[in-house]
Design a protein around this ligand. Structure first.
Ligand code: PSV
Ligand code: MN
Ligand code: MN
Length: 424
């Protein structure tokens, strides 16, 4: 279900006057708004195929209905988001949750929807029906070579699916680790994992990247074999130039300085990109920017400064993906909020007075440093983001339009009250 173009135009027309007033205020206040608007328009954030239905916890799941029942409907939902905000033009697939059975048809559909396929994700953290060996005690780290081989083969299979769809990266997240002291020889587990990853790396096409995602805990609660950015970076360095470290914002121990991690990975040319979300406690997978938007801004501040220093293309040289779950919100509304939060943090980072900040840093003027950062963070840049969206063909207020047009009710009508997304 896509929106009629005229509905977006009507919505924009009715919100235009108020928008233009706010925008003019910003244009008076800030230099280079045109440059910022064009950077924002080019910026795309991939939507995870597994986040289009209601999430849950082990205690329950409360679906709102009208969820996509297959990959085609998931793509339809992403296309709708992209129509509204023009910044969600990519989808990241998790396999086997979303297997493209007929890749030609799926690719044609993607073209029609103006979508591309971002990283494909492998899954060796669950046992699938009919699978020969269990991942109960790990996959790529497993003591038994036959189990490792099964996990390697799965990853190679995922690469093949990705090639058919035009994807160019593989994200490997491993739940491998141990739950109790003594269960695992850390060194041997690392070595076995490295050898397995090397086999997968060997199957990557030349233009592909491998993203090694780390996570501090869960489902293993004593050790994780790729538990932090140090371990991931070790793997990435040993694997070679096509391997990078992926930062999922929810995968750190409490109070970790994520912006510093990001800065150093970028400096080393080893930052893959992100799984954006937010959290208060652990891997909460909450809406991006809902708990700690200042941290998100500080991350983007490092990104903009570091990418500029390295001459990188903001839109293309890193993987920008969301990895979130929505237990009490409409998934599509939640994703619209997440994308907007990312764009806002990016815009705020783009107005940081970097030369002034660097001067203040050289002078050890701590107070001035803070003032410069917070001046950017406290400027309301929502009109710039809205302007970029409108110029790209989207809605000034995507969330409002989603509600005005009763899009969820329409999806429920089309797919049913009980339609629940496949996958997780
Ligand atoms: C693990 O917590 C993770 O962040 C990985 O990216 C998985 O692929 C994803 O969540 C599954 O939901
Ligand atoms: Mn993740
Ligand atoms: Mn996670």
């Amino acid at each position: 279900m896509l929106l009629n173009r005229s509905l977006i135009d009507q919505h924009n027309e009715s919100a235009l006057k108020t928008h233009q007033l706010k925008l003019a205020g910003l244009q008076n206040e800030l230099p280079h708004t045109e440059g910022i608007i064009s950077l924002l328009s080019a910026f795309q954030v991939a939507i995870p195929s597994w986040a289009l239905g209601t999430g849950g916890t082990r205690f329950g799941r409360f679906s709102g209905g009208g969820e996509p029942r297959n990959l085609e409907e998931k793509m339809e939902d992403v296309a709708l988001l992209h129509q509204l905000n023009r910044s969600s033009g990519a989808i990241s697939l998790h396999i086997p949750w979303d297997i493209p059975e007929n890749p030609k048809h799926i690719r044609a559909l993607a073209n029609q929807y103006d979508l591309r396929f971002d990283a494909v994700n492998s899954n060796t953290f669950q046992d699938q029906p009919g699978q020969n060996y269990s991942y109960k005690f790990g996959s790529l780290q497993h003591v038994d070579k036959t189990v490792r081989q099964q996990a390697i083969d799965h990853n190679i299979e995922v690469i093949k699916h990705g090639i058919e769809l035009g994807s160019e990266s593989l994200t490997v997240w491993l739940s491998d680790g141990s739950c109790f002291p003594g269960q695992l020889n850390f060194r041997k587990a690392f070595q076995r994992t490295l050898e397995s990853l090397q086999e997968i790396y060997g199957a990557l096409p030349d233009n592909w990247k491998m993203f090694v995602e780390y996570k501090a805990f869960e489902p293993n609660f004593y050790s994780m074999t790729v538990g932090d950015w140090g371990q991931s970076l070790l793997f990435a360095n040993k694997l070679g130039p096509k391997a990078f470290t992926l930062v999922d914002l929810g995968h750190h121990l409490p109070n970790a300085n994520i912006e510093q991690i990001v800065s150093l990975l970028l400096m080393e040319g080893k930052l893959a990109g992100f799984h954006f979300n937010d959290s208060k406690y652990g891997d909460d997978d909450l809406t991006v920017g809902s708990i700690n938007p200042y941290q998100l801004f500080l991350i983007f501040n490092e990104l903009v400064e570091g990418m500029n220093a390295r001459g990188m293309n903001h839109a293309k040289d890193l993987g920008w993906m969301i990895d979130a779950s929505h237990n009490v919100k409409d998934p599509l509304e939640d994703l619209l909020q997440s994308v907007e939060a990312i764009q806002l943090a990016y815009a705020q980072a783009l107005i940081v007075d970097t030369p002034a900040l660097q001067k203040a840093q050289e002078n050890n003027d701590v107070v001035r440093c803070q003032e410069i950062l917070q001046a950017a963070y406290r400027t309301d840049l929502r009109p710039l983001v809205a302007e970029a969206r409108m110029r790209a063909g989207g809605a000034l207020q995507p969330l409002q339009l989603f509600r005005e047009q009763e899009l969820r009710q329409q999806l429920i009508k089309a797919r049913g009250e009980k339609a629940i997304a496949t996958g997780l």
